[in-house]
Design a protein around this ligand. Sequence first.
Ligand code: HEC
Ligand code: HEC
Length: 334
Amino acid sequence: MQNHYHSRMKVLTVASFFASFLVFPLSSFAGALVPLPPNPDIPSGNLQTPLKISLGKQLFFDPNLSANGRISCASCHVPSKGFADPRSVSIGVGGKHGNRNAPSALNAAYFSRQFWDGRAGSLEEQGIGPLTNPVEMANPSNRSVVRRLEKETRYRASFQRVFGGPVSIDRIAKAIAAYERTLVTPGSAYDQFLMGNKSALTSQEQRGFALFKGKGRCVLCHNGALLSDQGYHNLGVSGAKDVGRYAISHDPIDKGRFRTPGLRNVALTSPYMHDGSVKTLMGVVEFYNQGGGRNAYPKDALLIPLHLTKSEERDLVAFLNALTGETKREMSMK
Ligand code: HEC
Ligand code: HEC
């Protein structure tokens, strides 16, 4: 009897040990499913001030940052679309387009690396990229942007007030980054649920959450406050030849791998995946249900057919729809 009891306890302990990995799938604490912290970390070299934030916001919405004066950051990070791009791939100056879908700028400040391939280490670094990217804002040089802004009295005055000096590329990036650190969306039904309000999620959404952590295996990669492990995986998305993370790491194992996107506000940011190839959340769930897709590179071993029923698929979609947080009015241009 004693032995039986003990071995049963052992089985239970082992089971709950593994079960705990479903909730805290990474050995690190970073993987825990926790509410969005109220504020991202602020780097000591770029402290937040109201004037800096409002200068950054002005820049974010200013088409004059692009070579032809027609494309602002907000052209591809559209406030009403969760600061993402409703087009599969973004279209820049002169109708040129790249091969990636613009991720949301909401909560980007919580990511330790930026872009689908993690090539930028900070928002300050990230913000300079689009200015001279030929398929985005297409400026011939950083200097040309600085010269253009310097011609505007309001900018000369604001940069002087905020930074005590003239317009420079680093200051442009710092101001935009300061604004981006205000683009945070706490308070989703999911966050309220995690904080103990058990009626914040409907019973269907709760079933979806259980599938997310269990049978659906989503939490293996979508975890932490952002619902991203901030790691890189190949799901076999589309036939495109984008090498993803490999272009940065040059490690052959990274071919076709992309950074796990966060899932906050995902209901607002269709289409999905790095190439915008999946139009709906149901499409995404069906993609996972069949075990992912197929492309030229080895697929992540974590993806297996899930055998979800149609109603389980709907439950998962309902859960994904409960991840939309509060967007404050002052985030966009009035
Ligand atoms: C022509 C469209 C376009 C414009 C203009 C544009 N972006 Fe982007 N943005 C993108 C695309 C596409 C990506 C993804 C690129 C990649 O991962 O390689 C991206 C990525 C980002 C990211 C990374 C988010 C993440 O989760 O990694 C941030 C932040 C961002 N852009 C902010 C800005 C800012 C600030 C500006 C203005 C200075 C800007 N973007 C201008 C299309 C655009
Ligand atoms: C092996 C890790 C992994 C697992 C498991 C996983 N995901 Fe993902 N997820 C990713 C990566 C990586 C991407 C981006 C892939 C790409 O674009 O090539 C992604 C993309 C997504 C997107 C698109 C987000 C956007 O902004 O484009 C959604 C939605 C999503 N996953 C939900 C889920 C759900 C729901 C499950 C469980 C059924 C799940 N994921 C399981 C790693 C994973």
